[in-house]
Ligand binder design. Sequence first.
Ligand SMILES: [Zn+2]
Length: 344
Amino acid sequence: MTRIPIVGGEIDASQMGRTLMHEHIFVRTPELQEAWPGFMGFDADVAVADAQEKLKKLKAQGIDTIVDMTAPGLGRNIGLISRAVEGTGLQVIVVTGYYTYTDLPFPMKYNGPGKLFNNDPSDSFLVDLFVRDIEEGIEGTGIKAGVVKCCTDMPGVTEDIERLIRAVGKTHLKADVPIMTHSHAKSKRGLDQQRILREEGVDLTRVLIGHSNETADIDYLVALLDAGSYLGFDRCGLKIDEPLEDQQATLAELCKRGYASQIVLSHDRHCTSDWFPEEGVLAALPEWEYGFIQGSLIPGLLENGVTEEQIELMMHKNPVRFFETRSGGGSSSSSETATAAAGA
Ligand SMILES: [Zn+2]
């Protein structure tokens, strides 16, 4: 029995149901919204009402839980998230950590290991912020983060990205929540994340390397899997530079090789974002919508030899096992799911 915090309370991991592991309700740029109210047409009340409709639709499609991967750096605002989730019936896990591809905010340049102030080597300046979200709750609400997140994109492991990954590793060891990442798959950034987290003493089975569907490099993906981590095929329907058919073929191949018990699915879609005009997104990326996984991806996988049992692992049992595992105890259902994977 592992209790998982969600918006509005907590559940047992066994109650997660079908889970999308990497979505966003709101992506915002608070600095710009504050300086120029209405920037990119963002209106909180309109956005909340729109999100409620979209989340209710997800629930109606058979999704029980989503992980809202909106960390600080992406405009996380727990008040807005709570309003959007209320009454939808969806269970939403929220996260801490930080979202950046290169630099942390300016205060981190002056405070921390090797800096002018607050320079203790354990980086309590950064780690304590993340731990506060996990142990006390976010923004004084008591709503606790269930995941700690870091990013490594095309620019690679800059000085601040390395600091962030190490702080995320330290947070995990202190507060025992799993680690989920944003990674740039084409440049194999997941391997850097694994290396640094391993150096911090993290058990890589507690780590999910995100955005791993954006490559067809099976050897890279197998290396991440063989080191023990989960892979997020969590940008389903999003075609940036990898054709959707190829993404599906790569996933089917990994299932065929017996890795379905380490893969989870999601869209990485937002309800509202002030990064892009929604009509532009709909025109440029028509498949990138809630519903793609169940409407297109899963039927395609089933036609290509993936079994119902493997779908059940990726949509349900793997998320449960990922969240219910704690460093003290382990997972009660891991043997059951491993057997299912081996038989599939
Ligand atoms: Zn994301």
